[in-house]
Write a protein that binds this ligand. Structure first.
Ligand code: NAP
Length: 299
């Protein structure tokens, strides 16, 4: 029987596991899929750290593992039996008094013709993973948020001929990243959306629609990097009655409590307004503190 089971091993889950372990709680954390942080090429806004997301994540994981058990198992279900929770994974079942859900998010799809067909043949959701295949080639990044701009900067850095397409005339990304893409002269195609991705065996071109002029045009490209946001992974939590908002994010209060007593949530799967590594860590610490208060109030 564990005191706390943490679902997820990104910055929120690892911080929660480390804090819970340091509170003297018997803690386990489950790593099913790699955190999104693992593929961030460069972290500039986590205080005291400069380097790749992978490097930061590995340091966090090593630190959390000193205080909590790390299991590389996929969580398949969560249920409540009497006063304990049962976490079902692909390898077994684990009992815990409290659960911290830190299951993060996954990339959103564009849902246009050609997208699914060309995944791995020119369509990618991960510039760090696939960018090197496109060195010296023409690529298009779709989106106007922090991920799209970070991807575009990385792709330019490794030698791709990169452009960005954004559906509005204003970027959503933070100003530091906007300044960087303009400094590097990365062109932005404004007010346009990709309506189709075409090619024979691999991506050869995209069909774009100018949403202001209501005109279609074609652009020859070798690669399409889709960075149009995330969808939270919250299905497992919702299975035991955890409330979510209309976009699927877990509703939490300021103490990271969900509506289900004993279930807490942290990081990108929550309905918090800012999704950054530093805020995910903060959520994780608060969630562990709340789990500690919950467990000690019961014993
Ligand atoms: P995001 O902030 O939600 O931005 C998604 C972008 O894709 C927006 O510009 C959006 O356009 C566009 N978009 C959405 N659906 C689209 C569609 N169907 N067709 C075309 N464009 C579409 O997502 P994100 O950039 O992945 O970031 C996710 C979270 O992680 C954010 O909170 C972000 O701040 C954080 N993050 C932070 C950093 C960092 O701090 N360096 C790096 C990466 C991510 P609109 O602008 O018109 O809505």
């Amino acid at each position: 029987m564990y005191d706390v089971a943490v679902i997820g091993a990104g910055p929120a889950g690892l911080t929660a596991a480390m804090y819970a372990g340091r509170y003297g709680l018997k803690t386990v954390f489950f790593e099913s899929v790699p955190s999104q942080l693992a593929v961030v090429p460069n972290i500039e806004n986590y205080p005291g750290f400069q380097g790749s997301g992978y490097e930061l994540l590995e340091k966090m994981k090593e630190q959390a593992s000193r205080f909590a058990e790390h299991k590389l198992e996929t969580v398949e279900g969560l249920r409540k039996e009497n006063n304990k929770f049962i976490v079902k994974t692909d390898s077994g079942e684990y009992e815990a008094r409290a659960v911290i859900v830190a299951s993060g998010g996954k990339h959103r799809e564009l849902k246009v013709p050609g997208e699914r067909e060309f995944v791995g043949r020119g369509v990618s959701y991960c510039a760090t993973c696939d960018g090197h295949f496109f060195r010296g080639k023409k690529v298009l990044v779709i989106g106007g948020g922090n991920t799209a701009l970070t991807d575009a900067i990385y792709l330019k850095e490794i030698g791709c001929d990169v452009s960005i397409v954004h559906r509005r005339d204003e970027l959503r990304a933070e100003m530091a990243l906007q300044n960087e893409i303009f400094r590097r002269e990365i062109p932005v195609i404004w007010n346009s959306v990709v309506s189709k991705i075409e090619g024979k065996n691999k991506v050869e071109r995209v069909i774009l629609s100018d949403v202001v002029k209501n005109e279609e045009f074609s652009m020859d490209v070798d690669g399409v990097f889709i960075a149009v946001g995330m969808r939270p992974r919250t299905e497992i939590a919702s299975g035991i009655g955890v409330e979510r908002d209309s976009r699927g994010y877990i509703k939490v209060d300021r103490m990271q409590r969900t509506n289900v007593p004993g279930v807490f949530a942290a990081g990108d799967c929550c309905d918090n307004p800012l999704k950054q590594v530093v805020t995910a860590c903060g959520d994780g610490a608060v969630a562990a503190n709340s789990a500690f208060a919950y467990i000690t109030s019961k014993s």
